[in-house]
Design a protein. Structure first.
Length: 634
């Protein structure tokens, strides 16, 4: 087995950025829209394929002058908001007239369905006297409780070539009301200059309370060194002038000279618990048996303050993650380390990027490629590297992992443009279900990731028997087979109740680039993939027709608890009713069967006298319906 080694190197003060309107109308005040929404634009006819039992539609949603906008880390290009049934896709445009650095977006306010897209809407234009934009990100700001697309807002954030930090040094940002298109009427702002050393951020998110967040690491492009500070940008809509305003500040993180390969940020559904995630090997404070690995900084007050101490994920070593230490068979380790090895002393590297999200239990989740490493490099080779789901359990204050997939390739060269495996994580907006994706080339004779497909796995933590789905090739036997270049996935998915409210169906939005793999400077087309679904048992509530779901199960109260806790259940119909409590490994420790009961409210009391401190699942069964939730014994 051929083995190669590659290791990629690479005081807080609030500053308020006051918005200025782009040239144009004197006021951008948004009026209520009662008129019908604009008609969609059809570029090329959507193409339909049956892929792994799913009816998928491939939809042309726009173009760009070249492929370079998606180079590097996985970013927030694609953003869905289930509350307004809308999805946006942010990208560089074909510059017409030929002024480089325009940012545009495509939008659908019909769940991304074929025939509902409006492509190539201008959001940022350097012709207005500002600097050319590169690597833009974007999403939807939606006021709390709003379900009307007319009142939702598209926003973008992009680095610009201001030449104040090498070629870089500036950020552009602005908004456009989601349905104000043909033409758009965006705002446009640019901030540049040093300090701080602005570069090319990869961390962008929007909380469900409507706050936009960007995190960058302050990197001196001239002297090619990290300055030891993170740059936080927090954006909020100003209702007085219908525009976004950003505050920014810096925070010390790691040390000057450390290498950071990727940064991400995400918040839980309440918008209060969030994490900034760094990918670094921390040369200033090396972690035993872990090279590049996830590092968390946490906020518990919606971003008002952040933890000063770094939370390291130790991949290997005696205190490392067992799923990582034991995923490779002995014969592979014999080939990698012919002079001998010990699973407790092997080091591991996570390279180079990560997807990132936070679930409803406030746990942080990463996804990316892991492989063994040495002082001179690591082993991103077939049969050696694997894509892992790695998570931090906030209540248990511990890290864990699960192997999703053994990759065949890692990185590829497309006419001089590098493309890695692009790991992403999505969730529903309640944070119950997670969805992982990445790209990989699985063809005999190809050793580089140059003919990729999109691969996907779902995760349902409430399924005690089989929380992970099988790995599914999203683009198999479709027009994107072996050509799903620079694929991206939305931060959120679309959900709907099906089967009379018994089940929940989640639709995962994807995009990819159609490009010439030998000429990344040529024009590209962006395609949206609609219809890739997963189905889960219903969680209780009201279905899309307003019909009651058979059962509603409340979170146990109190939670966490120390001696006793109560679980309230409401049945819509007469049914058999039972409860079981299981450990995280699935061992059943409590079972309560109430037999046949009438519709209405019921209670379960759990006595913890025979239980140990930790996290448990409880499952309530009513007829053919069941719900599973977590509880914590302190």
């Amino acid at each position: 087995m051929a083995v190669f080694t590659v290791l990629l190197s690479h005081s807080q003060q609030i500053n308020r950025l006051m918005p200025k309107l782009a040239p144009g109308p004197e006021s951008f005040m948004h009026a209520e829209k009662e008129s019908p929404l604009p008609s969609a634009t059809i570029r090329k006819a959507p193409q339909s394929y049956l892929v792994n039992g799913r009816d998928l539609a491939f939809i042309d949603i726009g173009t760009s002058g070249n492929a370079y906008g998606f180079y590097g880390e996985p970013r927030s290009f694609l953003w869905a908001d289930d509350h307004v049934n809308s999805v946006v896709f942010t990208h560089r445009m074909i510059d017409d007239p030929p002024v480089p650095g325009q940012v545009g977006y495509a939008v659908s306010w019909d769940n991304g369905n074929a025939g509902s897209w409006h492509p190539n809407n201008l959001a940022y234009d350097p012709q207005m006297g500002d600097d050319p934009a590169r690597y833009p990100q974007g999403g939807i700001i939606n006021p709390m409780g709003n379900t009307n697309p007319n009142d939702a807002i598209y926003t973008y954030f992009s680095p610009v070539l201001s030449n104040t930090n090498g070629s870089w040094g500036g950020y552009a940002y602005g908004i456009n009301f989601l349905t104000d298109i043909n033409p758009t009427n965006p705002t446009q702002h640019v901030e540049s200059g040093i300090p701080p050393y602005r570069s090319v951020p990869s961390a962008f998110t929007i909380t469900q309370s409507g706050i936009s967040w960007v995190v960058d690491y302050s990197y001196d492009m001239v002297n090619t060194i990290y300055t030891g500070e993170l740059i936080f940008y927090r954006g909020e809509m100003n209702e007085q002038n219908d525009d976004i305003e950003y505050d920014w500040w810096t925070m010390e993180a790691l040390e000057e000279g450390d290498i950071i390969n990727d940064v991400k940020i995400a918040f839980d559904p309440t918008s209060q618990i969030g994490y900034a995630c760094l990918m670094s090997d921390v040369e200033s404070n090396p972690q035993d048996y872990s090279d590049f690995h996830p590092i968390l900084y946490e906020t518990s007050d919606g971003g008002e303050s952040w933890s000063e101490e770094a939370n390291h994920c130790n991949l290997g070593g005696p205190d490392g993650i067992e799923a990582i230490k034991n995923y490779l068979p002995d014969e592979i380790l014999d080939a990698l380390f012919p002079d001998g090895w010990d699973r407790d002393t092997l080091s591991y590297n996570m390279g180079f990027n990560t997807g990132f999200t936070v679930d409803y239990m406030r746990n942080a989740h990463c996804v990316g490629i892991v492989a063994p490493s040495t002082e001179s490099g690591w082993f991103p080779n077939p049969d050696v590297m694997g894509t892992f789901h790695i998570w931090y359990d906030r209540q248990m204050e511990s890290w864990d992992a699960h192997l999703l997939y053994m990759n065949r390739t890692f990185t590829g060269d497309l006419g001089g443009l590098t493309m890695d495996n692009k790991p992403y994580i999505s969730s529903d907006m309640n944070g119950y279900y997670l969805f992982f994706s990445w790209i990989d080339t699985d063809q005999e004779g190809l050793e580089e990731n140059v003919s990729p497909d999109i691969y996907s796995v779902s995760y349902n933590p409430l399924d005690l028997q089989q929380p992970y789905s099988e790995v599914i090739n999203v683009t198999a036997f479709s027009q994107a087979m072996w050509t799903a270049y620079f694929a991206s996935q939305s931060h959120y998915v679309f959900t709907e109740f099906i089967n009379n409210g018994e089940d929940i169906q989640c639709t995962v939005p994807f995009t990819y680039e159609e490009l010439d793999p030998n000429d990344p400077a040529a024009e590209v087309t962006f395609w949206y993939i609609d219809g890739f679904t997963y189905t889960f048992p219903g969680m209780g509530g009201i279905n899309e027709n307003g019909k009651p779901i058979p059962m509603e199960v409340a979170q146990n109260h109190p939670n966490p608890f120390s001696d006793q806790t109560r679980i309230d259940v409401e049945l819509k119909h007469n049914s058999n009713l039972s409860l079981e409590v299981c450990t995280l490994t699935g061992q059943k420790i409590i079972e309560i069967d109430k037999g046949s009961v009438n519709a209405g409210k019921h209670q379960f009391e759990i006595n913890a006298s025979t239980m140990s401190r930790g996290v448990y699942f409880y499952r309530v069964q009513a007829g053919n319906s069941s719900q599973t939730k977590k509880m914590i014994l302190q």
